[in-house]
Design a protein around this ligand. Structure first.
Ligand SMILES: C[S@@+](CC[C@H](N)C(=O)[O-])C[C@H]1O[C@@H](n2cnc3c(N)ncnc32)[C@H](O)[C@@H]1O
Ligand SMILES: Nc1nc2[nH]cc(C(=O)O)c2c(=O)[nH]1
Ligand code: SF4
Ligand SMILES: [Mg+2]
Length: 258
């Protein structure tokens, strides 16, 4: 598979290294996260990200971006080959760094699909998105030198500077049906979550209910989730937020294409 040149900044058609989108994988599975967990869905995973979470479970779209450029027609054909699915999840990497994601979402919408976009919430795009599944990144995601999976903390400052964009977040909340899905490492994340939710509520016109706020345990394997899920479930009850499992990890652990 041709390796994608590092895509870290939002692209325009003119900037893009090729026609279409850098695609890491397309696969059919059950939505594993959030309010639509359990729904059969085709996943389209773009490559390239503007952040570097130390725990990123999609290392080959962020720390080592890998994929092949595919045009929108080819991607839509591959989605349609999974005939049972009515739902498509566009994820990454960060899918909204690519302007061409808008074309893909428009085509999928025209074909009648329900679209979910998994996004870190730092880039706003005007597109037919049925569910914006926003996962704002907390301080505990920052790749400090002791937690850097690749180098020695070279991304720490840039990640820290770019992980929250209140304008993009509030515009997304106002324009789309939204869930705010936080990766929780332990109880020390909660004050930052409540503060961030308050700030988005103040900046947006749309009401954000407590059950639109989801706590998801950190962990890319069953073993890691064994160490986080009970505590995160208790925290959801304590704060009145929704708990979301990582159903795909419970079912298939960290198998590729799930
Ligand atoms: C790989 S990201 C791609 C979409 C986008 N870049 C984002 O972060 O939302 C897909 C989802 O996986 C979550 N995620 C990534 N690594 C994780 C981990 N180790 N444990 C739990 N969730 C994780 C992200 O927070 C996000 O909700
Ligand atoms: N089954 C399954 N559900 C998911 N929901 C969000 C995912 C993602 O990586 O964005 C994901 C994923 O990778 N697999
Ligand atoms: S924002 Fe998403 S894709 Fe980017 S590094 Fe973090 S979890 Fe991975
Ligand atoms: Mg995933």
């Amino acid at each position: 598979m041709p390796v994608v040149s590092d895509v870290e900044e939002p692209t325009t058609d003119a900037d893009a290294a090729g026609e279409g989108l850098p695609i890491n994988e397309v696969f059919y599975s059950l939505q594993g996260e959030g309010t639509l967990a359990g729904v059969p869905s085709v996943f389209v995973r773009t490559s390239g990200c503007n952040l570097r979470c130390w725990f990123c479970d999609s290392y080959h779209t962020s720390w080592e971006p890998t994929g092949a450029w595919r045009d929108v027609d080819t991607i839509v054909e591959e989605v349609q080959s999974h005939e049972q699915a009515n739902h498509v999840v566009l994820t990454g990497g960060e899918p909204l760094i690519h302007e061409e994601s808008i074309d893909l979402l428009e085509r999928l919408d025209a074909e009648g699909y329900h679209t979910t976009v998994e996004t870190n919430g730092t880039i706003y795009r005007d597109a037919p998105i049925d569910l914006a599944s926003i996962s704002p990144k907390l301080a505990s995601s920052t790749p400090t030198p002791d937690r850097d999976p690749k180098g020695e903390g070279e991304w720490e400052e840039k990640h820290e500077q770019n992980r929250i964009d209140m304008d993009a977040l509030s515009q997304m909340v106002d324009d789309y049906e939204t869930q705010l899905k936080f990766v929780v490492t332990d109880e020390t994340d909660l004050p930052e979550i409540t503060d961030l939710v308050d700030r988005v509520r103040a900046a947006a016109t749309t009401t954000i209910a407590d059950d639109d706020v989801l706590l998801m345990p950190e962990g890319m394997t069953r073993e890691q989730l064994d160490g986080t899920r009970s505590q995160v479930a208790e925290l959801a009850m304590e704060y009145g937020y929704r708990y979301t499992p990582r159903l795909h990890v419970d079912l298939w652990n960290d198998a590729p294409g799930t």
